[in-house]
Design a protein around this ligand. Structure first.
Ligand code: GUN
Length: 293
């Protein structure tokens, strides 16, 4: 068993991003700039957005956090997005999800200028991804592909099983692994909440990517010997053991699964750190006008 070490890969890639950001800042006369909108005070979202902002500063980007209370109207939010769409000093724009129930996330996602959509959630970016055209790829799937590439994991011709069909992770991941790209060229099975006997599929996976949001969902009996296991789980539980008062659990029961795997991501220290790298790379590409002019 070998670790897919998110700490190592993310630090390495962030150094590269920092060097490229410094060079770009000289050319542009300003730093690449990411704006994040956060609505409300959800604990998880607070943590993720704070980490995104901190990492932007660490690689020499400018970052701006715009906060709204839970009571913000959809119209107010859409107005703010429109202003940021037009602001030439904003390269990347993300709205942290989930949003309160009275706001339609589809409307918000489509309101963001696709050229600034560094989350890669806009239908234009998703459509272009499916067609293998230049686009912003959602940060978590993008980060996972960077990790597989870094460790030289062979994917062509393999059976990849993705568990979870979310718009943010599972569904785009299944498309990336099926595309004629490296990594990619897999035979892909996409399992979800209505799949009968998930174990029947996961047991056949050469590459198993789990993004279902259930602590220790994947047990050792569900994994084939020698599988590559990618755990996207970010299940937060209160804990007296950690400084933050929270402990993070993956979707994979790591201790018994690890010895069966050829490669496996830890939680924490795996995919979560790569998600940030995906976002930073998208933001750099947006500032460079590398994807869209
Ligand atoms: N909520 C959970 N993951 C994400 C993400 O990657 N981007 C945004 N904007 N919200 C999220």
């Amino acid at each position: 068993m070998q670790l897919l070490d998110g700490k190592y890969v993310s630090n390495k890639l962030k150094q590269e991003i920092a060097a490229e950001a410094a060079e770009l800042a000289m050319q542009l006369g300003r730093k690449p700039h990411l704006v994040a909108i956060l609505v409300g005070h959800d604990g998880g979202s607070e943590t993720y957005v704070a980490s995104k902002m901190k990492n932007c500063e660490a690689v020499g980007f400018r970052s701006t956090l715009i906060r709204f209370e839970n009571t913000v109207t959809e119209t107010e939010l859409l107005h703010q997005i429109e202003k940021l769409n037009l602001d030439r000093e904003v390269d990347g724009l993300i709205v942290q999800l989930p949003l309160p129930k009275h706001i339609d996330p589809e409307k918000v996602t489509e309101a963001i200028d696709y050229r600034k959509d560094v989350d890669g959630f806009h239908p234009i970016n998703l459509g272009r991804m499916q067609r293998n055209l230049p686009c912003f790829i959602p940060a978590t799937p993008y980060g996972i592909t960077l990790m597989l590439k870094e460790y030289g994991i062979e994917t062509a011709g393999k059976h990849c099983v993705v568990v979870g069909r979310s718009q943010i992770v599972g569904l785009p991941m299944s498309i990336l692994m099926a595309r004629n790209t490296q990594p990619g060229n897999c035979t892909v099975t996409l399992c979800h909440s209505k799949t009968e006997n998930i174990a029947k599929y996961t047991q056949k996976a050469d590459i198993l990517i789990v993004a279902i949001g259930k602590k220790n969902f994947i047990t050792a009996d569900m994994v084939k010997d020698g599988a590559v296991v990618v755990d996207v789980g970010m299940n937060r539980e209160t804990s007296t053991e950690t400084k933050s008062g929270f402990k993070l659990y993956g979707d994979v029961d790591f201790e018994p699964v690890a010895p069966k795997s050829s490669w496996i991501t830890p939680v924490p220290g795996g995919v979560g750190l790569m998600t940030i790298v995906g976002l930073l790379k998208n933001t750099l590409a947006a500032a460079r006008k590398e994807v869209y002019v």
